[in-house]
Design a protein around this ligand. Structure first.
Ligand SMILES: C[S@@+](CC[C@H](N)C(=O)[O-])C[C@H]1O[C@@H](n2cnc3c(N)ncnc32)[C@H](O)[C@@H]1O
Length: 300
């Protein structure tokens, strides 16, 4: 796997680690004020405190005696956390957002899974927009991130969503909660900034696991780093790579997944430059990088 629990190369990761922020975008501000009831003047302070807690809590996993913030970040050096990208509500920007809302709200047995949910920010937006929280599930390999989600959104006593700690690469070998998810089946999977963490070969393995979760007619939606020149690029762990797709290579991947799992998938998507960080010394992406927005529909 390309990332997590990696304490080496702290210098390189440090460039993905922004200092405290001074303001937040209007969408997450609205969510924190309207859903979490954080008073407007306290929103930025609240976010900065939670991000500091993230570094401390991950550091505890690595070495209980070392609570240094920088060490914690080196242990889980996702640019999505270091650059505060988790404050961007990515599902909201997907062209199918309104139809996903309608699908979930019109059918009480319809289920949504946020794969690699991190703090569970997109899931909370669905709740604010009217979806019963019991229909929503978050899944992440890092339980502490989901725990911190409760602290960020102040909803420990109200949110009825389940959060599953699971590794997409372990599949059925990990028993519950994975087995329960496969049995229940999912109508909508959101996975943002997830598949792009892995090599193409790893993405194939992960996608075969994901395919087992999706009901016939279900969809997988999200955004990730794509490229006009699809290829393996250097990843977070020194010496490792991750694969950036265009729409054609993503479709090829899911064609292979279909053949391997006896299923059929339609892949739609687009590349654009929204949110691409390929300028400056802290750039995570390069001149070929694009945002890849995708919808993958299970047809059989
Ligand atoms: C780059 S972050 C993206 C978070 C969120 N989806 C977003 O868009 O802000 C990737 C997330 O995937 C999780 N993750 C990484 N490897 C995983 C695995 N093998 N199984 C499940 N989750 C994993 C990480 O813990 C992290 O929360």
């Amino acid at each position: 796997m390309a990332a997590t629990k990696n304490t080496s190369n702290a210098d390189r990761h440090q460039k993905w680690y922004d200092p405290d922020i001074e303001d937040v975008n209007p969408q997450i501000r609205h969510l924190l004020e309207a859903y979490s009831k954080v008073p407007s003047p306290g929103v930025v302070k609240h976010v900065n405190e939670i991000v500091r807690l993230n570094y401390l809590s991950i550091a505890e996993l690595v070495n209980p005696n070392d609570h240094q913030r920088a060490r914690g970040f080196a242990a889980n050096p996702y640019p999505c956390i270091g650059h505060y990208r988790f404050l961007n509500l990515t599902l909201l920007t997907h062209p199918l957002y309104e139809s996903i809302l309608a699908r979930l709200m019109s059918n009480p047995s319809a289920t949504y899974l946020d794969l690699g949910c991190c703090f569970g920010q997109d899931l909370r937006q669905l709740v604010l927009d009217g979806v019963p929280s019991s229909q929503l599930i978050g899944l992440d390999i890092e339980g502490p991130l989901m725990d911190l989600g409760y602290e960020l959104f102040l909803d420990h006593n109200t949110l009825e969503s389940k959060f599953a700690v699971a590794d997409i690469f372990q599949g059925e070998s990990q028993g519950e909660p994975w087995a329960g998810l496969v049995a229940r089946g999912v109508d909508v999977i959101h996975c943002s900034a997830f598949f792009h963490l892995f090599t193409l070969a790893e993405q194939f393995e992960a996608a075969k696991s994901v395919a087992k979760l999706v009901k016939n007619g279900g969809i997988i939606v999200g955004r990730q780093s794509g490229s006009v020149k699809p290829s393996e690029v250097p990843a977070i762990k020194p010496g490792s790579t991750s694969f950036r797709h265009d729409v054609r290579t993503l479709a090829e991947l899911w064609e292979k997944v279909g053949a391997a799992t006896g299923t059929k998938w339609k892949v739609e998507g687009s590349l654009d430059e929204v949110g691409v960080q390929n300028k400056g010394k802290n750039a995570v992406e390069d001149e070929n990088s694009r945002r890849l927005l995708f919808t993958i529909t299970r047809e059989e």
